[in-house]
Design a protein around this ligand. Sequence first.
Ligand SMILES: Nc1ncnc2c1ncn2[C@@H]1O[C@H](COP(=O)(O)OP(=O)(O)OP(=O)(O)O)[C@@H](O)[C@H]1O
Length: 250
Amino acid sequence: MKTILEIKDLYKSFEEKEVLSNINLKVEEGEFIAIMGQSGSGKSTLLYCISGMDRPTSGNVIFDGEDISKLNDEKISKIRLKQMGFIFQNSYLLKNLSIRDNIILPGFKLGNLSRENVNKNADELMKKTCIDNIAGHDIKKVSGGQLQRAAICRGLINKPDVLFGDEPTGALNSSTSREVLDIINTINKEGTTVIIVTHDVKVAARADKVIFLMDGNINDELSLGKHEEDEEKTLSKEKRLYLWLEKQGF
Ligand SMILES: Nc1ncnc2c1ncn2[C@@H]1O[C@H](COP(=O)(O)OP(=O)(O)OP(=O)(O)O)[C@@H](O)[C@H]1O
């Protein structure tokens, strides 16, 4: 298996305050990693540093064989556009554009595919996430779950290697959250590596591996194995995760 992301001796400080220290982590292609930890433990900061949205103070972030922590902003932006997808708690879709136009925008920005092929990819993604019937809708007139599905499509339009998520279901109710998680699990099964930050045990239980951050360090990690469409297996993973989190003092 190929290592898609390797983090070596990563430190991050804001002014005098050290937020992350001595982070070492390897992510294999096709893995689904959840990052958990108390509020303020540095989860989002870690996600931003490993996805090129922010720079570590020191250390290396090797993405697909290249140390992105050393690249200039232009090069990082290109890698992010081509090889990384992002979903956040809020979808951050552009208000004056339709669902479809929001989804295709990064495809046109990258410019690797013809207009026709970008549209074709968008159609496939919207079909897969069951929002093809609202492609032309104004984003102000659709539900939170539909918005988040559109954000996933936008994140996947350039067929990234890694999909990063910061509390991707944080704003959704439990049944909508389950539907969005099913989509994320399907995308992962099809080969996209997934790395998400979450507070939610039900979200983290969908991952292959959970990492627990404490005061900016990786305190422990738990292997859960691949997600299966089986309610009992999912419940038993959630129980294992609860017990493990209790040990972490969560
Ligand atoms: N841009 C910044 N400038 C200064 N301090 C920051 C900045 N971003 C984050 N921090 C600080 O770094 C620490 C970690 O923040 P971070 O958001 O990574 O934690 P988190 O674990 O994701 O928290 P939460 O679960 O509450 O979202 C916090 O003390 C926060 O105040």
